[in-house]
Design a protein around this ligand. Sequence first.
Ligand code: ADP
Ligand code: MG
Length: 297
Amino acid sequence: MSIEVQNITKLYKDQKALNDVSFKVNDAEIVGFLGPNGAGKSTMMKILTTYIEASEGSANVNGFDVNADKKKVQSSVGYLPEHNPLYTELYVKEYLNFNANVYGTSKSRIEEVIELTGLTPEAHKKISQLSKGYRQRVGLANALLHNPDVLILDEPTTGLDPNQLVEIRNLIKTIGKEKTVFLSTHIMQEVEAMCDRVIIINKGEVVADKYLKDLREGQEQIVIVEFDYRVEDAFLRKLPNVGSVKNTHGFVYEITFLTLDDMRSHVFDFAHDNELKILQLNQKNASLESLFRDLTN
Ligand code: ADP
Ligand code: MG
């Protein structure tokens, strides 16, 4: 297991930025941490990289406890902070050299990360002369210097133009073939483009954790139905292909079906056969977009 978060709560004075958050990230996965601004993404990442401590709960990165084994966590993790703080007066190589000295990494590794992140044509320039896309590459190169197993990238594609976006996404996907990548974003398309899995966070709480292949295959169809009378959940589970049944409020039920076929007619027949009246009947596609909207609205 690369990242293991257990019941983390973080308070800033009396404001709860994270509330009882738990999740796991497996080795060599690219996991998107998706949530609107203020959801608690950066806070979680700062805890995982040992910059701040949680108020409650525990977390392990690469098997090391973020409180007890800070140094080992730091050597396991490459971190690209949200506002990638670069010394713009330095040349690319100077900057990487400086950080390599801090980490105690070899000179040959600097050339390796320059190559890996596609910085070679710009490596002789001052950071202030670079485009935002190339600055992100410098940040990624820096995060990779000590060859960590886990990369934690806080909004790595925010503020890039469309061409830079495609390039950085591809670079992250390439890196993700060998390393565990945990990246945050508030843009769901970023998750679709790069990730194997998405963990959605809203107001400090994890509200979904899904593999994208399951979402893409559209295996989960949600039908929302309102009857004129209470129905037992177990009764509704007799419908074909039912995954789950939830009574959301009043006589409104959210039924998840594990099929691509439109199940509304089955629900209609079911109501008719059981002398129930349907007051509303809607189908939702549980794609990432609708999932994100529903969960964060
Ligand atoms: P995200 O990265 O998802 O946008 P953050 O983790 O930055 O969210 O912030 C979560 C919440 O915690 C926000 O309401 C933010 O204002 C608050 N917050 C973040 N950092 C601090 C801080 N150092 N002091 C006080 N409140 C903070
Ligand atoms: Mg943030």
